[in-house]
Ligand binder design. Structure first.
Ligand SMILES: Nc1ncnc2c1ncn2[C@@H]1O[C@H](COP(=O)(O)OP(=O)(O)OP(=O)(O)O)[C@@H](O)[C@H]1O
Ligand SMILES: [Mg+2]
Length: 324
């Protein structure tokens, strides 16, 4: 396999009235062609900022440092418009709420065919045929009728299938999916993720899947980066992470996975306590005040990212099961 995307020591901060807000603090991750990375963490941990920073889609108030390399070319120094050209059809995105991503006043047909005519230069007739094929691939019944509908006429799950069809239409090498299923109920979530994984494998598409739910990434990623307060605190191949979890924070996240019987939207039990203030730099481990295993050293000194072998990295003085 070859390295598709490399992010080295990336930090992102925002100038805010309350001071400099550090949203991402020196993150290093990479992605091979066809590989799938899950980025997991509580709300506010920096997942969206990390992925938007990688795509070059940050607001003007953001300051980004570090290096991003895409297919061997350093793209972090390029202006945003050049980055977008460079991604070309190679990168696609799926967002949490397809209602805001789809244009409400345009029919599904024109939205699915748009990327095919604009980005791939297909004729309208060919694009329509391809659109029908794509809708079949995402298992939409009666695709011809679907092309004539407006987004408001569809269920959340159907809208997300349309978004997936649009995202894979140009056969991208890299797919960013930011909370693609959180707005859906649990059964539909599972179907949409299955579909995404199936298409990804078929087209050998790499994916960065952002979610706050460790359960969601379990079956759909090759490796996982757990984020806490802007840091990657645990980074490991998926199986390795679940079999040999090192971080108390990851363990707490796992315990907070909602069960099937919990109603949609309620997430109990949650991890007690709160994320530290991102505008302050307190000494010690940022998770110390919430950690069930905290010791004096944790309050005094921030743990470095430790290489535990087996491609497993973690940031903890007293990892679960001991070091290595
Ligand atoms: N445009 C912005 N200006 C200032 N601060 C921002 C901006 N965007 C994000 N932040 C801050 O950066 C931090 C990380 O936010 P981010 O959206 O990446 O979290 P997240 O992990 O994606 O959370 P969620 O699960 O809720 O989507 C938060 O403290 C957030 O308030
Ligand atoms: Mg987010």
């Amino acid at each position: 396999m070859s390295i598709l995307l490399q992010i080295e020591d990336m930090s992102v901060s925002f100038a805010t009235p309350r001071g400099n807000l550090k949203a991402v603090r020196g993150v290093t991750i990479d992605l091979e062609a066809g590989e799938s990375l899950g980025v997991v963490g509580e709300s506010g941990s920096g997942k969206t900022v990390l992925s938007r920073a990688t795509m070059g889609l940050l607001p003007g108030s953001a300051i980004r440092t570090g290096t991003i390399t895409y297919k061997g070319q350093v793209i972090s120094d390029l202006p945003a418009n050049e980055v977008r050209d460079l991604w070309g059809t190679g990168m696609a995105m799926i967002f949490q709420d397809p209602m805001t991503a789809l244009n409400p006043v345009r029919r599904i047909g024109s939205q699915v065919t748009e990327s095919l005519t604009v980005r791939l230069g297909m004729s309208k007739k060919d694009a329509k045929l391809k659109a029908i094929e794509l809708l079949k691939r995402v298992r939409i019944p009666d695709p011809e009728a679907m092309l004539r509908k407006f987004p408001y006429q569809l269920s959340g799950g159907m809208r997300q299938r349309i978004m997936i069809a649009i995202a894979v239409s140009c056969n991208p090498e890299l797919l960013f999916a930011d909370e693609p299923t959180t707005a859906l109920d649990v059964t539909v979530q599972a179907q949409v993720l299955e579909l995404l994984t199936e298409l990804r494998k078929e087209f050998n598409t790499a994916m960065i899947l952002v979610t706050h739910d460790l359960g969601v990434v379990a079956g759909h990623t090759d490796k996982i980066a757990v984020m806490y307060a802007g840091d990657v605190v645990e980074y490991a191949p998926t199986r390795q992470l679940f079999n040999n979890m090192k971080m108390p924070y990851t363990e707490a996240l796992l315990k907070s996975i909602p069960r099937l019987e919990t109603p949609t939207g309620s997430r109990l039990p949650v991890i007690e306590g709160r994320l530290p203030d991102p505008t302050k730099d307190e000494p010690g481990c940022p998770f110390a005040s919430r950690c069930p295993y905290v010791q004096d050293k944790c309050r005094a000194e921030k743990p470095p990212l430790t290489d535990g072998g087996n491609k497993h990295f973690y940031r903890c003085w007293f990892p679960i099961g001991g070091a290595k």
